[in-house]
Design a protein around this ligand. Structure first.
Ligand SMILES: Nc1ncnc2c1ncn2[C@@H]1O[C@H](COP(=O)(O)O)[C@@H](O)[C@H]1O
Length: 178
């Protein structure tokens, strides 16, 4: 996996453990010579992962909707800037450019991105997976809900076809290494 999309929080007001884990992942992306593809914002976990990736030599692609650019919230760390006309366009570009998507803790923006990727896979648009990076069990509620979709037959195929879970950084690295 060489091009890693990261979906994650834009908030600067969350527990610092999440920024630490985002930085750790960013550093690994840089040291292993991979590309980081992300929302391009200069806030929250997005800035944490990008700063650390950059300090460790990563190439960074930011996919920035014009509305966010107008607000001046674009990171100065980007090597490549894709301008997207809206959030749907942005998700399509990120999906097209990445080999895999990693979901760090985040809010509705992150959820929107995760489910865009998974829903497109369910109807055969691509075979790329979302990896839930389950820092401190952050994703447990969503994972339980997804399991419930299967037991109640709302899922047409096993949802493990579309996502996987890393409970530790070592597990995440193993999933991204090949
Ligand atoms: N202000 C933002 N700048 C860039 N990208 C953003 C911004 N807000 C949301 N995004 C995208 O959605 C998630 C973060 O949203 P949360 O609601 O904080 O989870 C992130 O992956 C961005 O691509």
């Amino acid at each position: 996996m060489n091009k890693i999309a990261i979906f994650c929080s834009a908030s600067d007001h969350i527990d610092p453990i999440y920024a630490e884990k985002a930085s750790e992942l960013g550093a690994w992306i840089g040291k292993t010579g991979k590309w980081l593809i992300y929302g391009g914002s200069n806030t929250g976990l997005m800035e944490a992962v990008a700063r650390s990736a950059k300090e460790n030599g990563a190439m960074i692609m930011g996919v920035v909707p014009t509305k966010l650019e107008e607000r001046g919230a674009v990171s100065d760390l980007l090597d490549v800037t894709f301008r997207a006309v809206n959030l749907s366009d942005r998700k399509d570009i990120m999906l097209q450019e990445a080999d895999v998507a990693v979901a760090l803790p985040g809010g509705v923006g992150t959820l929107d991105e995760i489910f865009h990727v998974m829903a497109a896979a369910t109807i055969g648009y691509h075979e790329k997976k979302v990896i839930f990076y389950n820092v401190n069990g952050f994703w447990n509620g969503i994972l339980e809900f997804l399991a419930g979709l299967e037991t109640q037959h709302f899922a047409h195929r096993p949802l493990k076809n579309y996502f996987t879970v890393a409970n530790t950084f070592d597990e995440l690295k193993q999933l991204l290494e090949y």
